[in-house]
Ligand binder design. Sequence first.
Ligand SMILES: [Zn+2]
Ligand SMILES: [Zn+2]
Length: 164
Amino acid sequence: MKVDVSRLARMDGAYQDLAFEGFLEGQPNDQGEVILDRPVRFQGRIGNAGGILKLDGILETEYAVRCARCLEDLRIPLKAEVHESFAYAGNTDGGGPEDGAYYRRGDAVELDKPLLDNIFLSFPQVWHCSPACRGLCPVCGTNLNQGMCRCSGDLGEESEASGG
Ligand SMILES: [Zn+2]
Ligand SMILES: [Zn+2]
């Protein structure tokens, strides 16, 4: 999504409300293990703070991924706060733009890349269907959340020495 900032960029303190719902440019349908198959909603604003364009808002979407232990399909809702700034491309005198800033090119800023980056940044390192997921039996592949298999029974069950 491109936003025309030609007016904004000339007025310190000005801002423009943004509401967007759709797929982002470059949104990978299948990013390794994560499937970003739902549109992204963004609500917020872009403003001029001392000549720097700042983007603030809330990003929401949903994605599909598998539990790392039991391989169950999961759908994960995602909601992230976005705070990004855009510097002028090519403005390198006077210290230059902050590290990690996005750039304004001509009269437009592209929101797709910063929004996508925020999605990726909000991912956890690993996904589990629940913290207590028991995973799959390494021997027979049974989903141990759904029940014990013969092998785990053999490995784990200790016959109680109840004299009878
Ligand atoms: Zn699991
Ligand atoms: Zn087993």
